[in-house]
Design a protein around this ligand. Structure first.
Ligand code: PLP
Length: 421
């Protein structure tokens, strides 16, 4: 089907397309009325209807790898197509006459959603870019130390390895427990690594390998009095968990908007506490902005405007479902399969299943079997799509359901695991 037909089929008559307006139309989710107010966490009938209305899901496999990026709900995808088309029609006139105002509105309402001020928010292309702006922006001197854990995201580790070569900073690598029994166990791993030269700690709010939620605020609070900066990688926690960025207690937080927030690919957000903006040097050349303006960090050039224009629709979807409902449902889906899988002989769950320590993401391995074999048998035998992740010297299967997944699909996963374990 050609693209024009596709758009027409979705109800976008080209002639009727209005000039771009970014106010979200809000998804047809209102058909549910007050239903989101009552606890629907375990109501499969409700979620089946929700999935039918709001998601196009693959018919030939079960996607349990929603950690890479989030499938856009239909109203968000529709808004994106509409924005692509409308921008193409109105082109530079829109960018030169109206986009600036629309963009400021988007930043302002996204900041509300994230629990920060608009002048502390910078829209980026992804979490990697947001975190690089913070990491490379700090004033590093020879001998400064940073503490990284073995479970931080590899791209951020590589940024620090680059600074190790360029600026002669020192990296202290620590191991954090995979299945901690309390927060002190984690905090003490950081305490043991701190020296008088420690300048910064990188913390991953939700570990991408296992889904473990880290006690970020406790760690940030413990090290702030020592003048140690904490940079938080919240790529997986933002819009999966119900929290605001300021709750993390750190001055620098990077997130993406294309994972759990559900925006089209290519959007992220950097939060920098207002008083700390002056402490970051721009990564992209800029000489016109004030040193206290976050805009000095975002001299990116021309961006994917339709992606940015779709943010209000994705935000509206999250606000309508509510993060509270989303977090509860996602945690239920994870507990549904992990609680049964841990009783299957040879299956080892590598995620702490305490509700304060994990949500949608969990991982496992099967003793005596290569993980790549597990992945391919799950796909060949059960059409379950998952991904392999390297956890220290182990390889694990990461399983990530999204809001559209149903427990009946997790039953297929469990049957698949039983048949191969
Ligand atoms: C923990 C973590 N941090 C950062 C990233 C990078 O996100 P992006 O690719 O959007 O830059 C990822 C991506 O999977 C991640 O899992």
């Amino acid at each position: 089907m050609d693209r024009r037909q596709l758009l027409k089929g979705l109800g976008f008559g080209v002639a009727s397309l209005p000039f771009i307006g970014v106010k979200a139309t809000s998804p047809n989710i209102s058909v549910y009325g007050d239903e989101f107010n009552s606890d629907k966490t375990t109501d499969e009938k409700f979620w089946k209807k929700f999935r039918k209305e709001f998601y196009d899901v693959p018919k030939d496999f079960v996607n349990l790898e929603n950690g890479y990026f989030g499938v856009q709900p239909i109203p968000v995808f529709d808004a994106y197509l509409k924005n692509v088309e409308k921008l193409n029609i109105n082109s530079s006139r829109y960018l030169r006459t109206q986009y600036g105002k629309d963009f400021r509105g988007i930043v302002s309402s996204l900041s509300d959603f994230a629990g920060i001020e608009p002048d502390e928010a910078l829209i980026t292309r992804n979490a990697t870019e947001a975190l690089n702006i913070a990491i490379q922006g700090l004033n590093w001197e020879k001998g400064d130390e940073v503490i990284l854990s073995d479970q931080d995201y590899y791209s951020m580790i590589e940024t620090f390895e680059m600074l190790e070569k360029q600026k002669e900073i020192r990296i202290k690598r620590i191991q954090i427990p995979i299945l901690p029994s309390n927060d002190s166990e984690i905090i003490s791993s950081y305490q043991e690594a701190v020296t008088t030269r420690t300048k910064c700690i990188l913390l991953t709010h939700m570990i991408h390998l296992t889904g473990q939620i880290m006690p970020v605020k406790k760690i940030a609070d413990a090290f702030r009095p020592k003048g140690i900066d904490v940079i938080v990688d919240a790529a997986h926690s933002f819009a999966q968990l119900d929290f605001s960025l300021k709750d993390l207690g750190a001055d620098f937080v990077g997130v993406n908007l294309h994972k759990w927030f559900g925006n089209p690919l290519g959007a992220g957000l950097l939060y920098v506490k207002k008083e700390r903006i002056k402490d970051l040097k721009p990564m992209y050349g800029d000489k016109s902005k004030d040193e206290n303006s976050i805009k000095k960090l975002g001299h990116f050039g021309t961006l994917s405007v339709p992606t940015i224009l779709t943010i209000p629709e994705a935000q509206s979807f999250n606000e309508t479902v509510t993060l509270q409902v989303k977090e509860k449902r996602l945690r239920h889906l994870q507990n549904y399969w992990t609680s049964e899988a841990k009783g299957i002989p040879n299956v080892v769950i590598t995620t702490p299943t305490d509700p304060n320590r994990s949500c949608a993401i969990a991982s496992f391995r099967i003793e005596g079997m290569e993980t790549k074999e597990v992945i391919s048998k799950l796909y060949e035998g059960s059409k379950i799509f998952t991904v392999i992740r390297d956890l220290e010297d182990l390889e694990v299967v990461r399983v990530t359901p999204s809001l559209y997944n149903l427990t009946e699909e997790l039953d297929i996963l469990l049957d698949g695991i039983k048949s191969i374990a």
